[in-house]
Design a protein around this ligand. Structure first.
Ligand SMILES: Nc1ncnc2c1ncn2[C@@H]1O[C@H](COP(=O)(O)OP(=O)(O)OP(=O)(O)O)[C@@H](O)[C@H]1O
Ligand SMILES: [Mg+2]
Length: 251
């Protein structure tokens, strides 16, 4: 079943055509990687899918419904969650408080910081399950500013999962992480429920090849190749583009 579809998306910033005529679709439960050199248009494409910016031309469909004009928070309600390339957390709150806010943010009864977390019953059980899965339960009372950078990135992913998304958009989830932390993110994405669709941007080829079932390569705002990990590994154009930027793709 079609989860998300981009139809001839373009975005101009003044004279810069950051995204040009991009069309693709993603099936429910699929793991799609978007790769490409710096400035290729990956984050811009993500912002078009997440609704943070509107396209100059083209349309976005979620489960065949046109969501091009839908605001980001409406998209979250529909099940499209996004993380950002930079960390985006409430640093003066604890891990638990951040997660409770994210869980409650999409519900009619909002989370109140002064109420004891345990009094949320069922919700608290969900939060415990999620933080345990992420290996962060023992860090629940830690303030965000006291977490390591890697833990902050993991918490961000946990926050997006708290909205119970159908589609998860992850912009460089392993950026700035150690090899071991990045491997944890790989494992975490692979352990998500099988009907959650994941679209992610990454420069980290271990993450790309460890998670993606399909890969789209962007260059100067355009899709230059799309295929399976094996297609991409063996593609001469991709090798040429990457040679100058980050050396040979691993594996
Ligand atoms: N808000 C903006 N205003 C003007 N130009 C922008 C804006 N956002 C992005 N651009 C330009 O659009 C192009 C694509 O940028 P984008 O951030 O989408 O690339 P990217 O593939 O995510 O790069 P990176 O790998 O460095 O994160 C770049 O030339 C960038 O300078
Ligand atoms: Mg980017």
């Amino acid at each position: 079943m079609e989860a998300l579809r981009a139809e001839k998306l373009s975005k101009d910033f003044g004279g810069v055509q950051a995204v040009r005529d991009i069309s693709f679709q993603v099936q429910r439960g699929e793991h799609l990687a978007i790769i490409g050199p710096n400035g290729a248009g990956k984050t811009t494409l993500f912002s078009l899918l997440g609704g943070q910016i509107t396209p100059t031309t083209g349309r976005v469909f979620f489960e065949r419904k046109d969501i091009t004009a839908l605001a980001p928070h409406r998209r979250v309600h529909w099940g499209i969650a996004r993380t950002f390339q930079i960390v985006n957390l409430f640093s003066g709150l604890t891990v638990l408080e951040n997660i409770m806010l994210a869980f409650q943010g999409t519900k009619p009864s909002r989370f109140q910081l002064m109420r004891h977390a345990m009094s949320y019953g069922k919700l608290f059980v969900k939060v415990e399950k999620l933080l345990t899965t992420m290996g962060m339960w023992d860090r629940k009372d830690e303030f965000v500013h006291a977490l390591s950078y890697g833990e902050q990135r993991k918490l961000e992913i946990a926050l997006s999962l708290a909205t119970e998304p159908k589609i998860l958009l992850l912009d460089e989830p392993s950026c700035g992480l150690t090899g071991a932390e990045s491997a944890e993110i790989t494992g975490m994405i692979n352990n998500l429920e099988s009907d959650i669709t994941v679209i992610f941007v990454a420069h980290d080829m271990d993450l790309v090849f460890g998670v993606a079932q399909r890969i789209i390569v962007l260059h100067y705002g355009e899709i230059i190749v799309e295929g399976t990990p094996d297609d991409i590994k063996n593609n001469t154009k991709v090798r040429e583009i990457y040679m100058g930027y980050q050396g040979r793709a691993k594996r």
